[in-house]
Design a protein around this ligand. Sequence first.
Ligand code: IDP
Ligand code: MG
Length: 139
Amino acid sequence: MESNKTFTMIKPDAVANGHIGAILDKIIANGFKIIALKYTALNAEKAGEFYSVHKGRPFYNALVSFMSSGPIVAAILEKENAIEDYRKLIGATDPTKAEPGTIRNLFAKSIDANAVHGSDSDENAAIEGNFFFSAFERF
Ligand code: IDP
Ligand code: MG
């Protein structure tokens, strides 16, 4: 399993609020290389599949509905220590608890509409990257 890659999505709230460019800029400025990039959308079925680890949690239905409410940007990022460094860059799940200067602190409005996704492990980064990208879409 590669430990130098993570997977991210710019969620529908951040896309709708015009933050795609600013978020990608912050990702690049913080030393991440973009390996794969896609502007796309999840339907409810696909969003449910992507977040199936959260099935049964009280926020699952709202999460699926939110994540399929509009277009998203999906990306695979590369950097040494990518998982941990990217989690640090995005900040806490609840943007009111996210450190100043983090992506969620700057661009998220609420715990459900929290601007970005970031993988939590090498294993999930690989699964999530494979969910969106074929071998021909990685550089
Ligand atoms: P993470 O995105 O920081 O890894 P997770 O616990 O994996 O957080 O939850 C996945 C997503 O589900 C969150 O990013 C957020 O959009 C949503 N979520 C998590 N906890 C809550 C909650 O308590 N209320 C509403 N939405 C939540
Ligand atoms: Mg998570």
